[in-house]
Design a binder for this molecule. Structure first.
Ligand code: SF4
Ligand code: SF4
Length: 474
């Protein structure tokens, strides 16, 4: 299956091409017109839901601690009732691979909808643009304001806008750090200037500035020049992938696009349905003209669809001059939704999700580590026995506190000395010095395999092999 060509036809400044006022603009700055419509509503709902999830999640407690908490000092990641330990990092790697395959599947099916509807860069940019419009006004008012000389009024508007942007950025940074530093401690610590963790201060500053810079200043530049996804998406696209596309046959019919009076029938007049109003260009958050064909900058947000449908409605034309479609449909060919590449991605994704789910559900939430004291092979006790020392580490990886008992097998008539009973809170690690003592007469060999067993109060057991070393067998 051949890939569809994606071209870069973005003019240096899109306003220069259409507005003729670029010379007065700061170079490269986009003045995006706001638009309402079905896809804008979908996008806004999706992005607000994600935003709410991002800010609210750190405040939710589960099992006596934050439900999502990446506790780096203890190296425990709590994610909605499951605690991941360093030995579970393979599972986290699986999660990343699942996310990547999810993205491949959705991109093959529906293009860059991730970018248009769920990407954090898109979400924060949308909020920043909303603030900008509330403070500085519509697109035309913003252009006028930027071209006007600096006055007290202009300064006030700019100051208010940047202060609000910084406040949102700071809230974003606090929420981000709150996933690592319990947010119910973080906020009071910040308010009382009592925060001691230098890394928390660093990441708070970093995320505040990154949000302010990315959503306030860089905006579409991040999608166009910094995001690697934009570059490799073409590999996943094919001629059946859903894309936002301009119907060139319809829009450029006969003598082509152009302005006209309302009421003219474009088919009878043999003219294109596009009235060349440029609204689709003005609403585009990445500053491209979709009528030039699919371009890698397009984030599939469909704002141009909403804009054009509004115009088509005003002109009493059929909607859908710009629409979600695919290359095969545009060419009048048969559309193949289920194709080998898509089925392959979906099968790989489903298999990985099943394996991940099975592994997580069958994970034993108890870990036992036994480290033999390497300082001495063995020691002789005052009562004539041979002694080996160990350090026994028990990790209660469950969400509840439990009592644990340690026992030994594999060495007859031996004594396990040390604390053999202990209680551990959820997520707690217990490290115990222990020793095995045995009469040298009982030793058959110089090295004897022994097994430590830790038994939880509900009967769950884990075992760990180790070795007892003594004088040569007699
Ligand atoms: S919004 Fe529709 S009619 Fe207006 S320029 Fe774009 S494609 Fe043409
Ligand atoms: S061309 Fe249309 S779909 Fe693509 S980014 Fe611009 S407005 Fe969104």
């Amino acid at each position: 299956m051949s890939e569809i060509p994606i071209k870069d036809v973005t003019p240096v400044n899109i306003h220069e091409k259409y507005d003729g006022i670029a010379a007065k603009h700061k170079e490269g700055k986009l003045y995006v017109r706001s638009i309402s419509g079905f896809f804008q509503r979908m996008r806004t709902a999706s992005l607000w839901a994600l935003m709410f999830g991002y800010f609210a999640t750190p405040w939710i407690n589960l099992g006596g601690h934050q439900a999502v908490w990446f506790d780096l000092p203890t190296r425990q990641f709590h994610i909605w009732g499951i605690t991941f330990w360093p030995q579970d990092f393979i599972l986290l790697s699986w999660l990343m691979i699942i996310a990547a395959f999810g993205l491949f599947t959705i991109t093959t099916l529906a293009g860059r909808v991730w970018c248009g509807y769920t990407c954090p860069q898109t979400a924060w940019t949308l909020i920043f643009m909303w603030v900008e419009e509330k403070v500085e006004g519509s697109r035309n008012q913003r252009i006028k304001l930027d071209n006007a000389p600096l006055t007290a009024g202009k300064f006030t508007k700019k100051a208010v806008k940047h202060s609000l942007w910084l406040a949102i950025s700071l809230a974003t940074g606090i929420a981000f750090v709150g996933y690592f530093y319990p947010i119910r401690d973080l906020v009071p610590d910040l308010l009382s200037f009592g925060i001691e963790s230098s890394w928390a201060i660093f990441w708070l500053g970093f995320f505040t500035l990154a949000t302010y810079g990315n959503a306030g200043w860089l905006r579409e530049q991040v999608c166009t020049h910094m995001c690697p996804y934009a570059r490799f998406q073409a590999v996943m696209f094919d001629q059946d992938t859903l894309i936002v596309s301009y119907d060139e046959k319809r829009g450029e019919r006969g003598s082509g696009r152009g302005t006209r009076k309302k009421g003219l029938d474009p088919v009878k007049e043999n003219i294109g349905d596009c009235i060349d109003c440029n609204l689709c260009v003005q609403v585009c958050p990445v500053g491209i003209d979709i009528r030039d064909g699919l371009q890698y900058q397009c984030i599939s947000c469909a704002l141009c669809v909403d804009a054009c449908d509004e115009i088509m409605d005003k002109m009493d034309y059929e909607p859908g001059l710009i629409r979600y479609t695919n290359e095969h449909a545009l060419e009048g060919n048969k559309v193949q939704v289920l194709r080998p590449k898509l089925i392959g991605y979906a099968l790989a994704l489903a298999t990985m999700m099943l394996v991940f789910g099975y592994t997580v559900l069958n994970r034993v939430p108890l870990e036992l580590d036994v480290m033999r004291d390497r300082g001495a092979l063995y020691t002789n006790t005052s009562d004539g026995r041979v002694q080996n020392s160990y350090r026994v580490k028990i990790m209660n990886m469950s969400q509840q506190a439990h009592d644990f008992t340690i026992t030994l097998s594999g060495l007859d008539k031996s004594e396990l000395a040390g604390k053999t009973h202990l209680r551990l809170e959820n997520g707690e690690v217990g490290a115990l010095p222990m020793s095995i003592k045995v009469s040298s007469w009982e030793l058959k060999r110089s090295r004897t395999d022994v097994t430590f067993t830790v038994t939880r109060d509900d009967g769950l057991e884990v075992h760990k092999e180790s070795r007892f070393i003594g004088p040569a067998g007699r």
